[in-house]
Ligand binder design. Sequence first.
Ligand code: ZN
Length: 149
Amino acid sequence: MTSDLRDLYQELILDHYRHPRNRRRVQDANRVAEGFNPLCGDRIHIYLRLEEGVVADAGFEGSGCAISTASASVMTEVLKGKTEAEAEALFQSFHDLVTGKAEPDPGRMGKTAAFAGVRDYPMRVKCATLAWHTLRAALRGSSETVATE
Ligand code: ZN
């Protein structure tokens, strides 16, 4: 990654931390899940409203560090309008990105590519993936709290 791109990504993450998008309980949510990252203390609730297999609305509530909050904010933004299968595929590509198995591909991943730098900070990977693990639990209708440990 060039340092320009790194700066841009850092700015995007800070912006989503300071001004989280979709930080609210979704009216008529039909999928809900809770996640917890004991390593950092991040807690999150994900709310989804699925209509005929498509994410019509997505939101989150919780308290956590900058990375976990920004990740939830960006995730809920990119999810809207996606099918359940597309959301699962996004989970996989995000996971590969932050664990260093794939290079950032903004064309396919959108803003989620901004979290590529997290791979250099193993402690932060769980912060970045918490919202995504919780999303997957919500999609699968699991009511247990997701823990990253
Ligand atoms: Zn964290």
